[in-house]
Design a binder for this molecule. Structure first.
Ligand code: FAD
Length: 373
């Protein structure tokens, strides 16, 4: 018999499992995939940690979260500086003085600001993403760096997307290609899979096990359940499925030591069918004689496909609220993580949420457990 069954060995489930083990609980973790780690999983191929479900760069401004994860790994000094490729023209990201120099040949911040100001199409209340972006940055940045990429990502023209898709457009008037502003950033030196392995030490782990297919048998093994799978799936989609955007990854090992010279290259034109190529070795300054690259294709989603990005529109928000109401009405199963809460969480937010939820759900009994040994 276990004190806790954790469904899903992603970051949320792994933090919850670690916190329970740390307090002396017996924990069973099941995952329907054949590996642990959820979407953060890295698989070592030719000595290279391959981010199987898309580039995962850890960053935070919260020292406590950084230190929490550093119990399980050492981070390297990787800094995310992606390059945008528009029909063979290369631009630094995020939009900064390097980008403006590449676009227009301007050198000073004043020149860049004047260029943007001259192109902006002011609009007091933009009705769609196109109007919104044109009002903030003007035509060149929109056409070359925003439109094609965003339309591929969401499978819809920018004129049919809400401004909220890109509420803020970070413009930097310094020569700074660091994508993130956070002071703490990096990639676990031994890969994310090792981080999760360490978090799950002492737990029983059953992989390739779909909780929903073995629910009564698994429920009978534990006093409480933390479920990090899809909330609508838990209820058999009986109110209808929540919608997602999905992704397809094409991984390839190439017999060259350096394919594109950067970890993340975005393809911002509408014609290239993928949005990004990731060259994994550059996350770790790898010197292997070969390289592994992954092309990332945005895709529509149907029940059964891998869900990646929740579609936060009114219909889905209302549907989620109905599933949530049911979930809140029961206390034996707790729902958490990006699928259980139907929201996009960065890794730092996932860790924060898992720690807070653990306290909320089991805090009092844990304290008693801690005292009692
Ligand atoms: P998941 O990682 O999805 O884990 C859920 C687990 O539950 C999975 O292993 C799944 O197999 C399992 N499961 C589901 N249903 C069942 C079931 N019925 N039975 C058994 N097991 C089940 N964050 C960053 O901070 N930086 C980044 O650079 C970054 N890049 C990202 C890139 C992409 C493409 C995506 C999609 C996300 C990215 N994220 C990034 C976010 C990050 O992936 C999430 O914060 C994190 O994975 C959330 O963890 P989770 O445990 O909630 O979910």
């Amino acid at each position: 018999m276990y004190d806790l069954l954790v469904v899903g060995s992603g970051l949320f489930g792994s933090v919850v499992a670690f916190e329970a083990r740390r307090r002396g609980k017996r924990v069973l973790v099941v995952d329907k995939r054949d590996h642990l780690g959820g979407n953060c999983f890295t698989q070592r191929i030719e000595g290279i940690d391959v981010h199987r479900y898309g580039a995962h760069i850890f960053r935070t401004s919260d020292r406590a979260i950084w230190d929490y994860l550093r119990q399980f790994c050492e981070f390297n000094h990787f800094v995310n500086s992606p390059v945008a490729n528009y029909k063979g023209e290369l631009y630094n990201m995020p939009f900064n003085m390097n980008t403006f120099n590449q676009l227009w040949g301007v050198v000073t911040p004043a020149e860049a600001r004047a260029r943007i100001e001259a192109q902006r199409v002011p609009c007091a209340s933009p009705r769609n993403l196109e109007e919104h972006v044109l009002s903030l940055v003007g035509r060149d940045v929109y056409e070359k760096l925003v439109r094609g990429y965003t339309e591929k990502q969401w499978g819809r023209p920018c004129t049919e997307l809400p401004p909220s898709v890109m509420r803020r457009i970070p413009l930097r008037f310094t020569y700074d290609n660091n994508y993130f502003n956070d002071p703490y950033q990096g990639i676990p030196m031994e890969g994310y899979a090792v981080v999760m392995q360490r978090m799950l030490e002492g737990c029983e782990l059953r992989l390739s096990t779909d909780y929903l297919a073995h629910r009564s048998e698994l429920d009978a093994l534990a006093d409480a359940v933390v479920y990090t799978g899809a909330i609508d799936g838990f209820y058999g989609y009986d109110l209808g499925p929540l919608e997602y955007r999905s992704l397809r990854f094409e991984h390839e090992t190439l017999d060259v030591d350096n394919y594109q010279g950067v970890a993340v290259m975005n393809f911002n034109d509408a014609d290239t069918p993928y949005t990004r190529i990731i060259e994994h070795k550059h996350f770790a300054f790898g010197t292997q004689p070969v390289t592994v690259v992954s092309r990332e294709y945005p895709a529509g989603w149907q029940p059964g496909d891998d869900p990646y990005y929740p579609i936060n529109d009114r219909r889905n928000a209302a549907l989620y609220a109905r599933y949530r109401e049911r979930a809140d009405a029961q206390s034996r199963v707790r729902f958490g993580g990006r699928l259980g809460e139907y929201r996009y969480y960065d890794m730092q937010d996932t860790v924060k949420s898992a720690l807070a939820k653990y306290e909320e759900w089991f805090g009092a009994e844990s304290d008693a457990g801690d005292r009692g040994g």
